[in-house]
Design a protein around this ligand. Structure first.
Ligand code: XMP
Length: 497
């Protein structure tokens, strides 16, 4: 019944995730028994097979820290100056799960007006009042909405309305210890303060604690040999990227992506060779590729992992502009078949918009999935929320969009020297998705249920069963795809958790 992946993907069609559907298999284990431990590269193991994409509306330090906290990894974008990117890597590596490292701080002489401004732009929960108006200086008090409600003169100084006596926890204490202090004292905000000089270092929010406690367990964070969280970054293939790479390595980056929409090039081969010679310990991910031949070329050049996908991303127009690419399900299967033989893990990059797509990508041979739009619009993605037509939204843009290229991301799409900018992506907006600390654990639970339905309790088992033809699948007609989604209702509640 049905087809093996080998049969289905050799019929001359380019399939994407929605085009194909797996058949269920016999279940003889619980969802909790599914282990999604995987390889990011030849050498780096992850407990959660999820990566955040190196895009300037997806991954900076908050996202990278959260992804590592969840057992995945985030790749910091390079649409910035080399030292700015290296600083984002350092900042991410110094963050701790659950704690806010850069809480909003004010001088005692600042006016309430400043908070009103902030409220309009990005929302406001509380501000810490410190001696020099920054983190790392002596904590004087806290201002919350309750302190502000009935103050008529908005030029009143915050020192007049702040609450000076606040419960604090010692800087450096663990999340469990801080949580206990927060619960015992029934406070909403808990600053972590240095016992030496009273300077504030981090902040813990009651809502974050609730969220972490209510979500499925986060699992173990991704830690590197330095005991700090794993952080990745992307670079281009220009001569100047060699200096960028050196700064990233100095900042402690754990894996680097050579970022290109068409990775099978002399530029990537040269950069791969350089990076592996200059930094033999560093794992270098090459791509993007969608064919077996491209994959062989980059594997022979020394790639430690391959990123797969061309034009499958939600904001991509590469297939329309350049007439090249491949349906993502076919691309993942074809590249995985080749890479597996060489022990090189593959990253299914782009086109993920639900947990079912993740199940399909992993079952077809990917070791991890990389996501842009799925993670854009979360609290950890860069940028401020704004309200449009009553909806809370955030910006999300392709790195090949004119807007992003104007800021410098053109190396990915222009090759080396071209001056004419042709967009291969668009910019748009996505809905508020809350925190990734909640989104990813729920998504991973759904993925585990998918694995259970397939009768495979690990990635290795999924890959083996896909290759041997135990996993059966077929293409869905357009009507079958409609039937497989929500249909026939006037409206429905889109919230999943
Ligand atoms: P999703 O579907 O997760 O895709 O939003 C994210 C991936 O899309 C790629 N990317 C682009 N591809 N033009 C493209 O053709 C672009 O402007 C662009 N920006 C990002 C990238 O691989 C990312 O991980």
């Amino acid at each position: 019944d049905g087809f093996s992946a080998h049969e289905l993907f050799n019929k001359g069609y380019s399939y994407t995730y929605d085009d194909v559907i797996f058949h269920p298999n016999h279940i003889d284990f619980a969802t909790e028994a599914v282990d999604l431990t995987t390889y990011l590269t030849r050498n780096i193991v992850l407990r959660t097979p999820c990566l955040s994409s190196p895009m300037d509306t997806v991954t900076e330090s908050s996202m990278a820290a959260a992804m590592a906290a969840l057992g995945g990894i985030g790749f910091i974008h390079y649409n910035n100056l080399p030292h700015e990117q290296a600083d984002l890597v350092k900042k991410a590596k110094s963050q701790r799960v659950g704690f806010v490292r850069d809480p909003f701080c004010l001088l005692p002489t600042d006016s309430i007006h400043k908070i009103d401004d902030l409220k309009e732009r990005q929302g406001f929960l509380c501000a810490l009042v410190t001696e020099s108006g920054t983190v790392g200086s002596k904590l004087l008090g806290i201002v919350t909405n309750r302190d502000l409600d009935f103050v008529a003169d908005r030029y009143t100084q915050v020192s007049e309305v702040m609450t000076p006596d606040i419960v604090t926890a010692p800087a450096g204490c663990s999340l469990e210890e801080a949580t206990q202090i927060l619960i015992d004292n029934k406070v909403k905000y808990l600053p972590l303060v240095s016992e030496n000089d009273g300077s504030v270092m981090e902040l813990l929010f009651r809502d974050d604690v609730k969220r972490i406690k209510q979500s499925p367990p986060l699992g173990s964070p991704s830690l590197g040999p330095d005991g700090k969280i794993l952080v990745g970054a992307a670079i281009g293939t220009r001569e100047s990227d060699k200096e960028r790479l050196r700064l990233l390595v100095d900042a402690g980056v754990n894996a680097v992506i050579l970022d290109s929409s068409q990775g099978d090039s002399i530029y990537q081969r040269d950069m791969l060779g350089y990076a592996k010679r200059a930094f033999p310990q560093l794992d270098v991910i090459a791509g993007n590729v969608v064919t077996a031949n491209q994959a062989r070329n980059l594997i022979s050049a020394g790639a430690d992992a391959l990123r797969v996908g061309m034009g499958s991303g939600s904001i991509c127009t590469t297939q329309e502009v350049c007439a090249v690419g491949r349906g993502q399900a076919t691309a993942v299967y074809k590249v995985a078949s080749v890479a597996k033989e060489s022990g090189v893990p593959i990253i299914a990059d782009g086109g993920i918009s639900n947990s079912g797509h993740i199940v399909k990508a992993l079952a077809l041979g990917a070791s991890t999935v990389m996501m842009g739009s799925f993670l854009a619009g979360t609290e950890e993605s860069p940028g401020d929320y704004f309200i449009q037509d009553g909806k809370r939204l955030k910006k999300y843009r392709g790195m090949g969009s004119l807007e992003a290229m104007a800021k410098g991301s053109d190396t990915r799409y222009l090759g080396d020297k071209s001056k004419l900018k042709i967009a291969q992506g668009v910019s748009g907006v996505v809905a508020d998705k809350g925190s990734v600390l909640r989104l990813i654990p729920y998504t991973m639970h759904a993925v585990k249920q998918g694995f259970q339905d397939l009768g495979v309790s690990s990635l290795q088992a999924a890959h083996n069963n896909c290759k041997s033809g135990v996993l059966r699948l077929e293409a869905r007609t357009g009507a079958a795809q409609v039937e497989g989604g929500v249909h026939g209702l006037v409206s429905y509640e889109k919230k999943r958790f």
